[in-house]
Design a protein around this ligand. Structure first.
Ligand SMILES: O=CC(=O)O
Length: 358
Protein backbone atom coordinates (compact mmCIF):
# COMPACT_ATOMS: atom_id res chain seq x y z
CA UNK A 1 0.00 0.00 0.00
CA UNK A 2 2.25 2.75 -1.31
CA UNK A 3 -0.05 5.56 -0.24
CA UNK A 4 0.66 4.84 3.43
CA UNK A 5 4.26 5.83 2.92
CA UNK A 6 3.75 9.21 1.32
CA UNK A 7 6.67 11.48 2.14
CA UNK A 8 5.93 14.58 4.20
CA UNK A 9 7.62 16.53 1.42
CA UNK A 10 4.94 15.60 -1.08
CA UNK A 11 2.64 18.63 -1.42
CA UNK A 12 -0.53 18.29 0.61
CA UNK A 13 -2.71 18.14 -2.51
CA UNK A 14 -0.90 15.02 -3.68
CA UNK A 15 -1.15 13.57 -0.21
CA UNK A 16 -4.90 14.07 -0.18
CA UNK A 17 -5.13 12.31 -3.56
CA UNK A 18 -3.11 9.47 -2.07
CA UNK A 19 -5.40 9.37 0.93
CA UNK A 20 -8.48 9.22 -1.30
CA UNK A 21 -7.05 6.14 -2.94
CA UNK A 22 -7.45 4.40 0.42
CA UNK A 23 -11.14 4.38 -0.23
CA UNK A 24 -10.65 1.86 -3.00
CA UNK A 25 -9.66 -0.75 -0.41
CA UNK A 26 -12.03 -2.35 2.06
CA UNK A 27 -12.15 -0.18 5.20
CA UNK A 28 -11.89 -3.21 7.44
CA UNK A 29 -9.23 -5.86 7.19
CA UNK A 30 -9.66 -9.17 9.02
CA UNK A 31 -6.54 -11.13 9.96
CA UNK A 32 -7.38 -14.49 11.48
CA UNK A 33 -5.31 -16.95 13.44
CA UNK A 34 -6.33 -19.86 15.57
CA UNK A 35 -7.46 -17.81 18.57
CA UNK A 36 -10.59 -17.31 20.59
CA UNK A 37 -9.80 -13.62 21.01
CA UNK A 38 -10.65 -10.82 18.64
CA UNK A 39 -8.92 -7.45 18.87
CA UNK A 40 -10.12 -4.33 17.09
CA UNK A 41 -7.26 -2.07 15.97
CA UNK A 42 -8.35 1.47 15.14
CA UNK A 43 -5.68 2.48 12.57
CA UNK A 44 -3.96 0.79 9.64
CA UNK A 45 -0.81 2.80 10.21
CA UNK A 46 -0.13 1.78 13.80
CA UNK A 47 3.53 0.67 13.79
CA UNK A 48 3.66 -2.79 12.26
CA UNK A 49 5.59 -4.45 15.07
CA UNK A 50 2.71 -3.83 17.49
CA UNK A 51 0.03 -5.12 15.15
CA UNK A 52 2.18 -8.12 14.28
CA UNK A 53 2.48 -9.08 17.97
CA UNK A 54 -1.30 -9.05 18.30
CA UNK A 55 -1.84 -10.79 14.98
CA UNK A 56 0.30 -13.76 16.03
CA UNK A 57 -1.94 -14.53 19.00
CA UNK A 58 -5.35 -13.05 18.25
CA UNK A 59 -7.75 -12.49 15.41
CA UNK A 60 -7.39 -8.90 14.33
CA UNK A 61 -10.08 -6.64 12.93
CA UNK A 62 -8.21 -3.64 11.56
CA UNK A 63 -9.63 -0.26 10.55
CA UNK A 64 -7.78 -0.24 7.26
CA UNK A 65 -7.32 3.52 6.93
CA UNK A 66 -4.67 5.90 8.18
CA UNK A 67 -7.31 8.34 9.39
CA UNK A 68 -9.43 7.91 12.53
CA UNK A 69 -12.30 5.47 12.38
CA UNK A 70 -15.52 7.51 12.06
CA UNK A 71 -17.69 7.23 15.13
CA UNK A 72 -20.63 5.45 13.43
CA UNK A 73 -18.25 2.84 11.97
CA UNK A 74 -16.50 2.46 15.31
CA UNK A 75 -19.82 1.68 17.00
CA UNK A 76 -20.65 -0.88 14.31
CA UNK A 77 -17.25 -2.60 14.42
CA UNK A 78 -16.77 -3.25 18.13
CA UNK A 79 -19.68 -5.53 19.12
CA UNK A 80 -18.25 -8.78 20.45
CA UNK A 81 -14.56 -7.83 20.37
CA UNK A 82 -12.40 -8.80 23.35
CA UNK A 83 -10.00 -5.89 23.20
CA UNK A 84 -9.61 -2.51 21.56
CA UNK A 85 -6.18 -1.27 20.47
CA UNK A 86 -6.66 2.47 20.09
CA UNK A 87 -4.99 5.85 20.13
CA UNK A 88 -5.78 9.29 21.46
CA UNK A 89 -8.17 10.22 18.67
CA UNK A 90 -10.56 7.39 19.59
CA UNK A 91 -13.22 8.25 22.14
CA UNK A 92 -13.90 5.31 24.41
CA UNK A 93 -16.99 6.30 26.33
CA UNK A 94 -20.10 4.66 27.75
CA UNK A 95 -21.83 4.51 24.37
CA UNK A 96 -18.84 2.75 22.79
CA UNK A 97 -18.49 0.33 25.70
CA UNK A 98 -22.23 -0.45 25.49
CA UNK A 99 -21.83 -1.12 21.77
CA UNK A 100 -18.87 -3.43 22.41
CA UNK A 101 -20.78 -5.44 24.99
CA UNK A 102 -19.71 -7.81 27.75
CA UNK A 103 -17.01 -9.63 25.78
CA UNK A 104 -14.78 -6.54 25.93
CA UNK A 105 -12.03 -7.22 28.47
CA UNK A 106 -9.32 -4.72 27.65
CA UNK A 107 -8.74 -1.32 26.10
CA UNK A 108 -5.16 -0.26 25.42
CA UNK A 109 -4.24 3.13 24.09
CA UNK A 110 -1.01 3.95 22.31
CA UNK A 111 -0.59 7.13 24.34
CA UNK A 112 0.30 8.29 27.79
CA UNK A 113 -2.75 10.58 27.87
CA UNK A 114 -6.03 8.89 28.64
CA UNK A 115 -8.53 11.74 28.65
CA UNK A 116 -10.24 10.10 25.65
CA UNK A 117 -11.17 7.06 27.76
CA UNK A 118 -13.90 6.94 30.38
CA UNK A 119 -11.76 5.16 32.96
CA UNK A 120 -14.44 5.03 35.62
CA UNK A 121 -16.88 3.38 33.25
CA UNK A 122 -14.20 0.83 32.28
CA UNK A 123 -13.42 0.18 35.94
CA UNK A 124 -17.11 -0.34 36.70
CA UNK A 125 -17.35 -2.97 33.98
CA UNK A 126 -14.08 -4.70 34.88
CA UNK A 127 -12.50 -3.64 31.59
CA UNK A 128 -8.74 -3.30 31.98
CA UNK A 129 -7.13 -0.16 30.59
CA UNK A 130 -3.54 0.04 29.38
CA UNK A 131 -1.49 3.07 28.33
CA UNK A 132 2.12 3.88 27.42
CA UNK A 133 3.89 5.99 30.05
CA UNK A 134 7.70 6.15 30.35
CA UNK A 135 8.51 5.03 26.81
CA UNK A 136 7.70 8.47 25.38
CA UNK A 137 9.02 10.60 28.22
CA UNK A 138 12.36 11.43 26.61
CA UNK A 139 10.85 12.15 23.22
CA UNK A 140 8.24 14.47 24.68
CA UNK A 141 10.66 16.26 27.00
CA UNK A 142 13.11 16.72 24.12
CA UNK A 143 10.46 18.31 21.98
CA UNK A 144 9.26 20.50 24.84
CA UNK A 145 12.61 21.97 25.79
CA UNK A 146 15.00 21.50 22.92
CA UNK A 147 12.56 22.33 20.14
CA UNK A 148 9.47 24.20 21.23
CA UNK A 149 10.84 26.30 24.05
CA UNK A 150 13.97 27.30 22.16
CA UNK A 151 12.13 27.83 18.89
CA UNK A 152 9.55 30.04 20.57
CA UNK A 153 12.05 32.05 22.55
CA UNK A 154 14.37 32.55 19.58
CA UNK A 155 11.54 32.97 17.06
CA UNK A 156 12.85 30.30 14.71
CA UNK A 157 9.87 29.91 12.32
CA UNK A 158 9.61 33.69 11.98
CA UNK A 159 13.34 33.98 11.36
CA UNK A 160 13.36 31.18 8.82
CA UNK A 161 10.40 32.71 6.99
CA UNK A 162 12.29 36.02 6.82
CA UNK A 163 15.35 34.27 5.37
CA UNK A 164 13.18 32.64 2.72
CA UNK A 165 10.83 35.44 1.76
CA UNK A 166 13.18 38.41 1.60
CA UNK A 167 12.41 39.81 5.05
CA UNK A 168 16.12 39.42 5.88
CA UNK A 169 17.51 42.70 4.59
CA UNK A 170 20.72 42.86 6.58
CA UNK A 171 22.07 41.91 9.98
CA UNK A 172 20.38 44.25 12.37
CA UNK A 173 21.19 44.85 16.05
CA UNK A 174 17.82 44.10 17.62
CA UNK A 175 16.05 42.31 14.79
CA UNK A 176 14.63 38.85 15.63
CA UNK A 177 15.80 39.05 19.21
CA UNK A 178 14.17 37.01 21.93
CA UNK A 179 14.86 36.11 25.53
CA UNK A 180 17.81 33.89 26.44
CA UNK A 181 17.35 30.86 28.61
CA UNK A 182 20.36 31.25 30.85
CA UNK A 183 19.55 32.92 34.15
CA UNK A 184 15.83 32.64 33.60
CA UNK A 185 13.19 31.02 35.77
CA UNK A 186 11.35 28.08 34.32
CA UNK A 187 8.06 27.05 35.89
CA UNK A 188 6.79 23.54 35.26
CA UNK A 189 3.12 22.82 35.87
CA UNK A 190 2.64 19.11 36.51
CA UNK A 191 5.71 17.34 37.82
CA UNK A 192 5.22 13.68 36.94
CA UNK A 193 7.48 11.80 34.50
CA UNK A 194 7.44 14.31 31.67
CA UNK A 195 7.59 17.35 33.94
CA UNK A 196 10.64 15.90 35.67
CA UNK A 197 12.33 15.06 32.37
CA UNK A 198 11.69 18.63 31.24
CA UNK A 199 13.31 19.86 34.46
CA UNK A 200 16.40 17.69 33.84
CA UNK A 201 16.81 19.13 30.38
CA UNK A 202 16.22 22.64 31.65
CA UNK A 203 19.12 22.20 34.06
CA UNK A 204 21.39 21.72 31.06
CA UNK A 205 20.25 25.04 29.68
CA UNK A 206 21.52 26.90 32.73
CA UNK A 207 18.16 28.20 33.86
CA UNK A 208 18.72 30.13 37.01
CA UNK A 209 15.80 28.57 38.85
CA UNK A 210 13.41 25.73 38.26
CA UNK A 211 10.11 25.88 40.11
CA UNK A 212 7.16 23.55 39.78
CA UNK A 213 3.67 23.02 41.01
CA UNK A 214 1.84 19.76 41.36
CA UNK A 215 -0.70 18.28 43.74
CA UNK A 216 1.99 16.67 45.87
CA UNK A 217 5.62 17.50 46.60
CA UNK A 218 7.90 15.22 44.55
CA UNK A 219 11.13 13.94 46.07
CA UNK A 220 12.65 13.79 42.55
CA UNK A 221 12.60 17.61 42.56
CA UNK A 222 15.71 17.69 44.75
CA UNK A 223 17.82 16.01 42.06
CA UNK A 224 17.15 18.86 39.66
CA UNK A 225 17.09 21.59 42.27
CA UNK A 226 13.44 22.37 41.61
CA UNK A 227 11.33 24.06 44.27
CA UNK A 228 7.61 23.52 44.75
CA UNK A 229 5.52 26.68 44.69
CA UNK A 230 1.84 27.59 44.47
CA UNK A 231 0.36 27.92 40.97
CA UNK A 232 -0.08 31.71 41.31
CA UNK A 233 3.53 32.19 42.41
CA UNK A 234 4.74 30.06 39.53
CA UNK A 235 2.79 32.22 37.09
CA UNK A 236 4.14 35.43 38.57
CA UNK A 237 7.80 34.35 38.81
CA UNK A 238 8.43 32.31 35.65
CA UNK A 239 10.00 33.53 32.44
CA UNK A 240 8.95 30.26 30.83
CA UNK A 241 5.75 28.52 31.94
CA UNK A 242 5.62 24.92 30.74
CA UNK A 243 2.43 22.91 31.01
CA UNK A 244 3.02 19.19 31.52
CA UNK A 245 -0.15 18.59 33.52
CA UNK A 246 -2.45 15.71 32.78
CA UNK A 247 -5.90 16.77 31.53
CA UNK A 248 -8.47 16.00 34.20
CA UNK A 249 -11.52 18.05 35.25
CA UNK A 250 -9.38 20.03 37.76
CA UNK A 251 -6.85 21.09 35.12
CA UNK A 252 -9.31 21.93 32.32
CA UNK A 253 -8.76 25.58 31.32
CA UNK A 254 -6.35 26.16 34.20
CA UNK A 255 -4.56 28.51 31.80
CA UNK A 256 -7.30 31.07 31.46
CA UNK A 257 -7.56 34.87 31.37
CA UNK A 258 -6.82 35.14 35.07
CA UNK A 259 -3.74 32.94 34.73
CA UNK A 260 -2.34 34.80 31.71
CA UNK A 261 -2.88 38.12 33.51
CA UNK A 262 -0.74 36.87 36.38
CA UNK A 263 2.20 35.99 34.12
CA UNK A 264 5.05 38.34 33.34
CA UNK A 265 4.50 40.40 30.19
CA UNK A 266 7.72 38.86 28.93
CA UNK A 267 6.66 35.28 29.71
CA UNK A 268 6.60 32.48 27.20
CA UNK A 269 3.99 29.77 27.58
CA UNK A 270 4.65 26.23 26.34
CA UNK A 271 2.08 23.43 26.24
CA UNK A 272 2.87 19.83 25.36
CA UNK A 273 0.20 18.15 27.49
CA UNK A 274 -3.35 18.57 26.20
CA UNK A 275 -5.09 21.49 24.52
CA UNK A 276 -7.90 21.26 27.06
CA UNK A 277 -5.72 22.70 29.82
CA UNK A 278 -5.88 26.05 28.00
CA UNK A 279 -8.72 28.47 27.40
CA UNK A 280 -7.63 29.16 23.83
CA UNK A 281 -9.68 32.31 23.44
CA UNK A 282 -7.93 33.76 26.48
CA UNK A 283 -4.53 32.67 25.13
CA UNK A 284 -5.26 34.23 21.75
CA UNK A 285 -6.14 37.54 23.42
CA UNK A 286 -3.11 37.37 25.69
CA UNK A 287 -0.87 36.94 22.63
CA UNK A 288 -2.67 39.55 20.54
CA UNK A 289 -2.56 42.16 23.32
CA UNK A 290 0.97 41.22 24.41
CA UNK A 291 -0.17 40.22 27.88
CA UNK A 292 2.53 37.56 27.44
CA UNK A 293 5.37 37.49 24.92
CA UNK A 294 4.75 34.25 23.11
CA UNK A 295 3.47 30.69 23.13
CA UNK A 296 4.60 27.35 21.77
CA UNK A 297 1.90 24.73 21.50
CA UNK A 298 2.13 21.09 20.52
CA UNK A 299 -1.48 20.50 21.52
CA UNK A 300 -4.64 22.42 20.75
CA UNK A 301 -8.39 22.18 20.83
CA UNK A 302 -9.50 20.87 18.43
CA UNK A 303 -6.80 18.91 16.65
CA UNK A 304 -6.08 19.71 13.93
CA UNK A 305 -6.63 23.39 14.57
CA UNK A 306 -8.80 24.87 11.77
CA UNK A 307 -6.61 26.68 9.25
CA UNK A 308 -8.41 29.97 9.86
CA UNK A 309 -7.83 29.83 13.63
CA UNK A 310 -6.30 33.12 14.86
CA UNK A 311 -3.51 31.30 16.74
CA UNK A 312 -2.14 30.18 13.39
CA UNK A 313 -1.77 33.73 12.14
CA UNK A 314 0.07 35.17 15.14
CA UNK A 315 3.80 35.49 14.73
CA UNK A 316 4.34 35.18 18.47
CA UNK A 317 2.78 31.72 18.52
CA UNK A 318 4.21 28.44 17.26
CA UNK A 319 1.77 25.60 16.71
CA UNK A 320 2.98 22.05 16.13
CA UNK A 321 0.69 19.17 15.12
CA UNK A 322 0.88 17.09 18.33
CA UNK A 323 4.27 15.49 17.69
CA UNK A 324 5.59 15.32 21.26
CA UNK A 325 6.26 11.58 21.20
CA UNK A 326 7.02 11.41 17.48
CA UNK A 327 10.44 9.81 17.45
CA UNK A 328 10.60 6.59 15.47
CA UNK A 329 11.74 4.57 18.46
CA UNK A 330 9.21 6.03 20.88
CA UNK A 331 6.30 5.35 18.55
CA UNK A 332 7.43 1.77 17.86
CA UNK A 333 7.91 1.06 21.54
CA UNK A 334 4.53 2.59 22.34
CA UNK A 335 2.93 0.30 19.75
CA UNK A 336 4.63 -2.77 21.19
CA UNK A 337 3.75 -1.87 24.76
CA UNK A 338 0.13 -1.43 23.70
CA UNK A 339 0.21 -4.91 22.19
CA UNK A 340 1.73 -6.45 25.32
CA UNK A 341 -0.83 -4.66 27.49
CA UNK A 342 -3.61 -6.31 25.49
CA UNK A 343 -2.06 -9.75 25.30
CA UNK A 344 -1.32 -9.90 29.02
CA UNK A 345 -4.81 -8.72 29.92
CA UNK A 346 -6.44 -11.29 27.65
CA UNK A 347 -4.35 -14.02 29.29
CA UNK A 348 -5.56 -12.83 32.68
CA UNK A 349 -2.28 -11.25 33.79
CA UNK A 350 -1.52 -7.74 34.97
CA UNK A 351 -0.72 -5.35 32.13
CA UNK A 352 2.84 -3.98 32.25
CA UNK A 353 1.34 -0.48 32.09
CA UNK A 354 -2.13 -0.61 33.51
CA UNK A 355 -4.13 2.44 34.53
CA UNK A 356 -5.66 2.06 37.91
CA UNK A 357 -7.60 5.07 38.96
CA UNK A 358 -9.93 4.80 41.91
O1 LIG B 1 0.02 13.08 23.60
C1 LIG B 1 0.48 12.00 23.47
C2 LIG B 1 0.20 10.92 24.34
O2 LIG B 1 -0.67 11.05 25.20
O3 LIG B 1 0.82 9.87 24.19
Amino acid sequence: MIYKRVSPFVPSLLRSVARQSEFVTNPVKIMKCDSKFEVFVTRADMPESGIEMIRRECNVKLWNRSSPVPRDEFLKLVPGVNAIYCCLTDKIDKELLDAAGPELKAVATMSVGYDHIDIQECNKRGIRVGYTPDVLTDATAELTVSCLLLATARRLPEAQAAARDGGWESWSPMWMTGPGLADSTVGIVGFARIGQAVARRSQGLQHQRIIYCSRTARHEAKEVGARKVEFDDLLAESDFVICCAVLVPETRHMFNRVAFDKMKRTAIFINTSRGGTVDQEALTEALQHKIIRGAGLDVTTPEPLPLDHPLLSLNNCIVLPHIGSATIDARKTMAELTAVNILEALKGFEMPSELKIT
